[in-house]
Write a protein that binds this ligand. Sequence first.
Ligand SMILES: [Zn+2]
Length: 310
Amino acid sequence: MSFEQICSAGEKKEIFIPVPNGKAIKAYWMEGSKPGKTLIVTAGVHGNEYVGIQALQELIHSIRPQELSGRVLIIPVVNESGFYKGTHLVPEDGKNLNRCFPGSVQGSLTDRMAYSLESFLYGKADFILDLHGGGVTESMTPLVFFPAGAGEKVKKETSAAADRLTVIYKVQSYADNGLYSYAAKCQIPALLVERGGGGKWESAEVEACKKNVFEIMDYLKIKSFEPVSPLPIEIEEACYEEAENQGFWYCRKKPGESIAKEEIIGRLLDGDGNIIQTCCAKYDGTVLYLTHALGVSKGDPLIAYGKPVR
Ligand SMILES: [Zn+2]
């Protein structure tokens, strides 16, 4: 399918990405008046991460296609049923869409959504920006994950793009089964931005998120944007602590705080007050995000911290 068949130059069109035996995913195609690159921006892969969703809701009205060189495809709410239920997962089958790539046409709904997204989006994208945030139980420092494990070419390009973003940290990522990370594995440059948390959203965070979208549009020369922010701090090694059992989680840190090697950063206790897990920092670093919920289940994330590149 050529781009011209989707939308004519300088126009915006609502389109629907079909999902086999499922509800189509709504998207907005904005075709610039001049030729250029194609940016795909997604939010709501996790239905209760609101900052990116609201940012895209606003951008579909404020971006003027006639001012673009290239095109922008926006999907504000990928996991719509999760969004309306206020959940992270796809409620129909309880799966995490960001762990289901590559998808499968024979699988349950989440697998089929992944299949549809990669079939429709990947071939069209010069760049994918996927917007996330901390869930209801999480607190987060604004950061971008870039695919350090997807080969030198993609790593180099996405690292340069990440440097254009106004975020605190850029974190090397080795994931490969999410919308953005599998795209990167398929050699499509892609980034994942995390902003906001606690199941909340505020106007200032939404504005900061919209700025990140404009920064990537500027990087791709789709539309110029006044940049100049300090470079994010690159994190080369991230540690993701998970709960070894269910329990009461007492975290001693806040997002963005420094940690020292061997410092106790949190403890997990059982219901009788016995320590079942002590999280000690493996190296000097900084806290990226953490679970602020008191009660956690086995396997839940507890805290993520990383080591800045010196
Ligand atoms: Zn997410």
